[in-house]
Design a protein around this ligand. Sequence first.
Ligand code: NAD
Ligand code: UDP
Length: 325
Amino acid sequence: MAERKTILVTGGSGFLGSHLCEVLLERGHDVICADNFFTGSKENIRHLLTHDHFELLRHDIVEPLYVECDEIYNLACPASPVHYQENPIKTIKTSTVGMVNMLGLAKRVGARILQASTSEVYGDPEVHPQPETYRGNVNVLSPRACYDEGKRVAEALCMDYHRQNGVDIRIARIFNTYGPRMDLNDGRVVSNFIVQALRGDPLTIYGQGTQTRSFCYVDDMIEGLIRLMEHPTFFGPVNVGNPEEIPVRILAEQILRLTRSRSRLTRKPLPADDPRQRCPDIRLAKTKLRWEPRVPLERGLKETIAWFKTQLREERAQPARRTKR
Ligand code: NAD
Ligand code: UDP
């Protein structure tokens, strides 16, 4: 094994964070998970709580934190449009005040810090697929801006702490990621469609369903993030995502087929400023990180469907689990 490190994962009880904590423990590191449980859940990390090298802190990154660590993965921030628009001021504070706190911690203890940025920094892109050099098309006045602009400020802060204070940063621009442990009520498209299909409810297509997204399976994403963190010099920003692009309506039809569901499709209004297309240009990740996704959409969806089936079965057996936070 490589050297044992102490690694802080903020947002560690969320969807991506819980997978990341698990893999870092498997690789022999000490992991400190800090989370305020806004969208995360103890259920996601329950199996890690008894691990000798795992520690859980209930902490909101908008408040300062002091812990000794070698690396920080800053994942704390709601990722679903439904959740990040629930309390937009808090979302902005998390990506700005929270980012300052985490960069300050990195500076103080000499830790390397990876920021979980997002494809949303490209807004509704006019360049397709999106390379890291594209500067984006974000509406600053949009209800999505609390997230998009928050994450853009977070990237700017990383660069300033790097230039001004020599902080060792890493910036990953994460594209839509899916897999087991997405919350049943998360509101994102993959979890919504699978849960609706399994329950026999109509699948809610927002707008025409012609808008595209590119979905990356969670295991591929975690590997990409760790490769970026472990790279000796390259700090990004770098796109991490799967370039297999698909319109939302086709995704719905694929999920209906894979779940053998007889649910129908229903239309709902398209949310404001919903990006029309999104697909990562991953040439930089391929060259610098020797990383590209391995899990095709169909295989990843099957894994995710199997996981949601178990969740729904458990929910039926124990209705109290519905409010799992
Ligand atoms: P998630 O909502 O499942 O996880 C976010 C976690 O952060 C939750 O556990 C939540 O409780 C915690 N959190 C939120 N605000 C906090 C705060 N102020 N202090 C402490 N903890 C806080 O979302 P996810 O999909 O796991 O996303 C993780 C990160 O990756 C986020 O920063 C998100 O913006 C980024 N990202 C995710 C995707 C994706 O498709 N999953 C895409 C782009 C970027
Ligand atoms: N979407 C949809 N039905 C849903 C949820 C989402 O048609 O039940 C659409 C949404 O309008 C967007 C895409 O699916 O075009 C992806 O939405 P998601 O919330 O997963 O993430 P985004 O990429 O928009 O942040």
